[in-house]
Ligand binder design. Structure first.
Ligand code: NG6
Ligand code: CA
Length: 533
């Protein structure tokens, strides 16, 4: 089935791609399609960028991207932590429909099942070359602890639509602290194999909790854990042994991600590509390259923000140099809201000064309040998107269906079941966006842009470790975001009819779970993982 659909987006006429995988043929005929980059920061808040009003941190490269593109004021990640947020970004399926999409350990099995369709599959079917670089945090292999760390790690990104991958398995603060390129650990000495465990320490391997004298770079904050395996003078979550030659150096993480992204762009400049770049900045442990150290006056967190801005600048420069900046669509966002102390004594709290990572919003990472998921969001596509600011209500869950829309495709057979085509909103032709979005933290919330309902929850109201108001409350909460952006006044008792309306939306969503993307009902039973490249 091959049809041609002409989209009403200026002069660019995109032929719809067929569902088959004959990409070579497609590539020849579709030179005019835009390249697409999802540039996803880690734990960077709305207020961490000067284009969003920060006077305390200056992010000139992000500002330049915002000035040439569309900057959103009411854009959301699906969840207030990384794994569920990225799960939904890639699959267009709400992470909260599954109970196994919480923050993944470094040896977790792959959270997205190989048979689940992803946005990368969609691009690949359209003849794009696809890449995933940087933070992954979606697990690898078929089960927890099932990785062959010293061989080909499978299933992995190649089973989710990525032709190329260069990733950290989980987070900077979780073992294994190594780069995995095309599903093999980079620079691994076969005579020094890697072992990973989240259950028990390896005899003879020093732990942060017993050997503070070995923590030469960062020590954990009191009571935050992060006191197990020591890598590069920083203790982490989890235990590992061996692989000395393969260990990353924390000060080079941003450089490694950036260099790989730039090379991917250079290599693929002639034909359309989709590139996901997940930065490690500004996740903990924050240990930026020496050229950023001391530059923000806010310690490692502020310096990591400057390092993030540098990465953005390098990617933009690479596109310019390759002559493809004009026809490249960049979506810049963050996986969840900001956190200041997330586990290491890096003086982020002490040196914060007047800086407000959460902007005008309440809460932060982990929170049901707005700062949990209302994240920076910029769409730049010089050839098509007029510069400006959009207050449209948008969610990352819709990027999958919207990018399919851009390709002239409609998602079918259960692909991206929660994803809606909001292309017009993402490209600035519709200022309204979604009727409502669902936000996930300790509880689920529904916002229609004006009113926000937070479902009752038994969870703690406050996370003392991270100093975060989590937004959990045994009572229903209702806020008027137009009049009370800081979510200070709970109006649930005054407006039971609005509570009822938003609650009904949530109940309906919960009662009608799209199941096609659910691993318990896979679309393809005879799935076999791809062979090593
Ligand atoms: C938490 C960690 C935090 C961070 C987070 C994941 C503790 C006490 N805190 O469990 O440091 O790693 O998980 O962050 O262990 S995320 O942005 O990748 O979701
Ligand atoms: Ca995160």
């Amino acid at each position: 089935m091959k049809s041609t659909i002409v989209l009403g987006i200026g002069a660019t006429l995109l032929a719809s791609c067929s569902g088959n995988k004959q990409k070579t043929e497609e590539k020849v005929t579709q030179q005019q399609k835009p390249n697409v980059i999802f540039l996803i920061a880690d734990d960077i808040g709305y207020g961490d960028l000067s284009c969003n009003g920060s006077k305390t941190i200056h992010t000139p490269n992000v500002d330049k991207l915002a000035a040439q593109g569309l900057r959103f004021t009411d854009a959301h990640s699906v969840a207030a932590t990384s794994t569920p947020s990225r799960y939904s970004l890639f699959t267009g399926h709400y992470a909260w429909r599954r109970n196994d999409t919480g923050i993944a350990a470094g040896n977790a099995g792959m959270v997205i099942r190989p048979e689940q369709p992803t946005v990368a599959d969609m691009f690949r079917e359209c003849g794009y070359t696809t890449g995933a670089i940087g933070k992954w945090h979606l697990g690898l292999s078929d089960r927890t602890g099932g990785q062959d760390w010293n061989g080909f790690i499978t299933p992995g990104p190649s089973d989710l639509g990525f032709d190329y991958s260069y990733i950290m398995a989980a987070t900077g603060d979780r073992v294994p602290c190594v780069w995995v390129e095309n599903q093999r650990i980079v620079n691994l000495d076969p005579n020094d194999p890697i072992e990973v465990s989240y259950e028990k320490p390896f005899p003879g391997e020093p732990l942060g909790k017993d050997h503070p004298e070995l923590l030469t770079k960062l020590k954990p904050s009191p009571n935050h854990g992060h006191n197990q395996a020591i890598v590069n003078g920083i203790s982490r979550i989890g235990y590992m042994k061996g692989g000395k030659q393969a260990l990353w150096e924390d000060e080079n993480i941003a450089d490694s991600i950036t260099v790989k992204a730039v090379r991917f762009i250079e290599k693929n400049k002639e034909t359309p590509f989709f590139l996901y770049v997940g930065t490690n900045d500004a996740h903990v442990p924050r240990w930026p390259h020496p050229r950023f150290v001391g530059k923000s006056g806010m310690g490692p967190r502020g310096d990591a923000l400057l390092q993030f801005d540098w990465t953005v600048g390098e990617i933009m420069a690479a596109l310019e140099k390759a002559g493809i900046a004009e026809n490249t669509l960049i979506v810049l966002s963050s996986d969840n809201g900001p956190v200041v102390d997330d586990g290491y004594a890096d003086q982020a709290v002490e040196l914060l000064g007047d800086h407000k990572p959460w902007g005008a919003f309440r809460g932060g990472k982990y929170s049901s309040f707005e700062a949990g998921t209302r994240v920076p969001f910029i769409v730049s596509w010089p050839a098509e998107v007029k510069p400006g600011v959009s207050d449209a209500l948008v969610s990352q869950v819709d990027l999958y269906a919207s990018m399919a829309g851009l390709m002239g495709k409609t998602l079918e057979n259960g692909a991206g079941p929660d994803s809606r085509n909001q292309l017009e909103a993402f490209l600035g032709k519709d200022n309204k966006g979604r009727d409502y979005i669902i936000e996930q933290a300790g509880s689920l919330s529904v916002s229609d842009g004006e009113w926000k309902y937070i479902a009752p929850s038994k969870g703690a109201a406050y996370n003392k470790l991270t100093n975060t108001e989590l937004g959990n409350n045994k009572e229903a909460q209702l806020y008027n975001l137009k009049q009370d952006i800081g979510e200070k006044k709970n109006l649930a008792a005054e407006h039971p009819e609005i509570v009822a309306k938003l609650k009904a939306i949530l109940e309906k969503e919960k009662a009608n779970p799209p199941t096609a993307a659910n691993p318990s009902s896979p679309t393809s039973a005879d799935y076999t993982p791809r062979k090593p490249p």
